[in-house]
Design a protein around this ligand. Sequence first.
Ligand code: PAF
Length: 279
Amino acid sequence: MQILSTIAELRAWRKQAGTVAFVPTMGNLHNGHLSLVQEARKNADAVVVSIFVNRIQFGQGEDFDKYPRTLEQDAEKLQQVGVDILFAPAEEELYPTGKQLYFVEPPMLQNELCGKSRPGHFRGVTTVVSKLFNIVQPNVACFGKKDYQQLAVLTGMVQDLNMNIRIIPVAIERASNGLALSSRNGYLTKEELHQAPQLYQQLLAIAAEIKKGNTDYTTLEQKATTALNQQGWRVDYIEIRQAHSLVKAQPSDKEIVILAAAVLGRTRLIDNLEVDLSH
Ligand code: PAF
């Protein structure tokens, strides 16, 4: 594996590479990221992983400064799973003037769900991912379903802006207790870690009701919200939406996703669960 830190080096390598699968990350890698790499490997001659903690997708008071930077350990993990290129640019390489003047503006979906409490977040994501796509010029790019709204926004971006890149969604990796793997799990205390699977348990409970034919989505959302709040969480949202499009789910919809964000102690966790009623 080669570690490259400049755009020029990456472009020089790209000229002689065949097809490329790309996995953009912010580092602090766990098995969820490694499953993205495994999927990437199946889909191209070479795999590029980027590690870049992208300031412009963090809001005021969010965890940009304390976001774990673990490049050495990350590089070791990537080496073991057979990555060809680790692209780890410094901030000045991607934002040389310290400012980004041109942005990729996502549609209204950017202000819903996670976007409601994280204004500007998705615009920061689409902008940096477009920059990285322009640098790496991948044939395919893998994104985790854990960040379901991010995946929807980026899939829409690639379609609407005619980017010649196939987006591959990759299933959520969970611990044996159901907790979705996330870099932010590292912020949880021992007690909170023990409590954290409650979020997924509520998603499973809603999914079970929907599978039984319950279409009173508002009540299901409210019941799960109350249950978590009573367990000491601060729920940001629990919403039942149409899969992929993320518009509000209707009782006739067959492909549904239940999305949740909630704060445990000082850590905001997200999770989701798809429900397929088509067979
Ligand atoms: O999902 C992430 O880690 C980030 O949002 C991404 C896609 C690497 C953009 O910074």
